[in-house]
Write a protein that binds this ligand. Structure first.
Ligand SMILES: *Cc1c(COP(=O)(O)O)cnc(C)c1O
Length: 425
């Protein structure tokens, strides 16, 4: 029998709809309950976790597509696997869109998460044992900025800068003094909770003076930067790390931006140094998100996120919360509920019971915990300034009730959430 390659034939049955929830329910009711229950939870309560957002259905479609099946170690045109022509196209589009969106010379869109992006940036620029200057964890630094529980704290010698206890703002004099004293190989600028714009030009100046690389971890503000609602670190940093799932509203994942000079080092630090095959469904979903983020509608969204955060911060201040730094320039709000007679943990618990979901955060003064929240998800749902004022009033009602939220608060949260469903249908 002659050996021939069978021509590709159309599948006998039509392709399934990728997000086939009825099929999941039939096959695995246990997990279907989790998925549908979580979708209901997200729609019934208010998501104020600063790092969360709602992706578009188009992003979800790319994530839940057969690209999830494809192995693609390497980079477009230079893969270790066959059959990569189409996923190569997805990654090229994602890279080009990311570079154009942020005005960067080069983009690597493969990092599996924000932490993986930071790991690769360190791998590209540092050697184990090097000194790195970053915001201390007690002031809002991320785990990857030197936590003893994280690889960063194990493999590098981190020195922490902090916030001015009076203003809550970055103490740049301290940053410069520590850089002069410790001569770090890299300075990291980025935080999980800092609500103001860092002065990237000043960080660049300090890095130049002390001959350090400047790594900006823009995991939080990346979406605001893309939408023109926050200044860009790209002209100042050697490397910018980001997540794609926070304000940027894409799939869970990371990315790295740099200039042509570091492009090859960054790429090799991602694959093969710290990662294996890229998740091509996530890469395609990142491309979709970058496409969305380049539209005027997204720019309007990013500005509305900040406008909402400003109104919510002001309203919380009026309700008696001590708002950190006196307000916000971003989607992030930090607040100390102490003037209302409770700590951050208790506030978070009472707010969660009422359906207001958020986190605690370190307070720059006194070592206690405050609350940390953001407006990215609420704004995606279509809420505006009026709803922010309503939410601040609900906060006060919820935190004042030690025995659990009254029926009234829960009903109002439920009704407000119900007026702005994150997904239609
Ligand atoms: C969210 C965040 C990260 C990490 O992102 P993951 O995707 O959770 O790994 C890193 N750095 C900062 C500053 C962040 O806010």
């Amino acid at each position: 029998m002659p050996v021939t390659t069978a021509p590709p034939t159309a599948p006998a049955t039509p392709l399934p709809t990728y997000a086939d929830l009825p099929a999941l329910r039939r096959q695995d009711p246990e997990i279907a309950d989790v998925v549908l229950g979580e979708a209901a939870r997200q729609g019934d309560t208010l998501q104020l976790i600063a790092a969360e957002n709602f992706t578009s259905p188009a992003v979800l479609a790319a994530l839940g597509s057969p690209l999830a099946n494809k192995y693609a170690e390497g980079y477009p045109g230079a893969r270790h696997h066959g059959g990569c022509e189409l996923v190569d196209a997805a990654e090229r589009i994602a890279r080009e869109r990311a570079a154009a969106l942020f005005g960067a010379g080069h983009a690597n869109v493969q990092p599996h998460s924000g932490s993986s992006a930071v790991l690769a940036a360190y791998a590209a620029l540092l050697r184990p044992g090097d000194t790195v200057l970053a915001m201390g964890l007690a002031h809002g630094g991320h785990l990857t900025h030197g936590s003893p529980a994280n690889f960063s704290g194990h493999w590098f010698d981190f020195v922490g800068y902090g916030l001015d206890p009076r203003t809550g703002l970055i103490d740049y004099d301290q940053v410069r003094a520590l850089a002069r004293e410790h001569r770090p190989r890299a300075i990291v600028c980025g935080s999980i909770s800092y609500p103001r714009h860092p002065d990237y030009a000043l960080f660049r100046d300090i890095a130049d003076e002390t001959d350090a690389y400047l790594i900006v971890d823009a995991a939080h503000p990346a979406g605001l930067i893309a939408g023109g609602a926050a200044p860009s670190p790209v002209p100042y940093a050697d490397v910018v790390c980001a997540t794609t799932h926070k304000v940027l509203r894409g799939p869970r994942g990371g990315m790295i931006l740099c200039g042509a000079r570091l492009a090859e080092r960054i790429d090799r630090a991602v694959f093969p140094f710290t990662q294996g095959g890229a998740q091509m469904n996530a890469v395609a979903a990142k491309a979709v998100a970058f496409g969305e983020a380049a539209t005027p509608a997204f720019a309007a969204y990013a500005h509305q996120v900040v406008a909402n955060a400003r109104v919510l911060a002001g309203a919380l201040e009026a309700e008696g919360f001590a708002v950190l730094t006196g307000g916000t320039d971003t989607h992030l709000i930090g607040a100390d509920p102490a003037p209302l007679g409770l700590d951050g943990h208790t506030a978070r618990t009472r707010l969660a019971a009422a359906g207001l979901v958020l986190d605690t955060c370190a307070l720059p003064r006194g070592g206690g915990r405050g609350i940390r929240l953001g407006t990215a998800a609420l704004t995606t749902q279509g809420m505006g300034e009026r709803e922010m004022a309503e939410i601040a009033a609900l906060f006060t009602l919820a935190v004042r009730e030690p025995d659990g939220p009254s029926r009234r608060v829960r009903t109002e949260v439920h009704e407000l959430a119900g007026r702005f469903p994150p997904y239609q249908g």
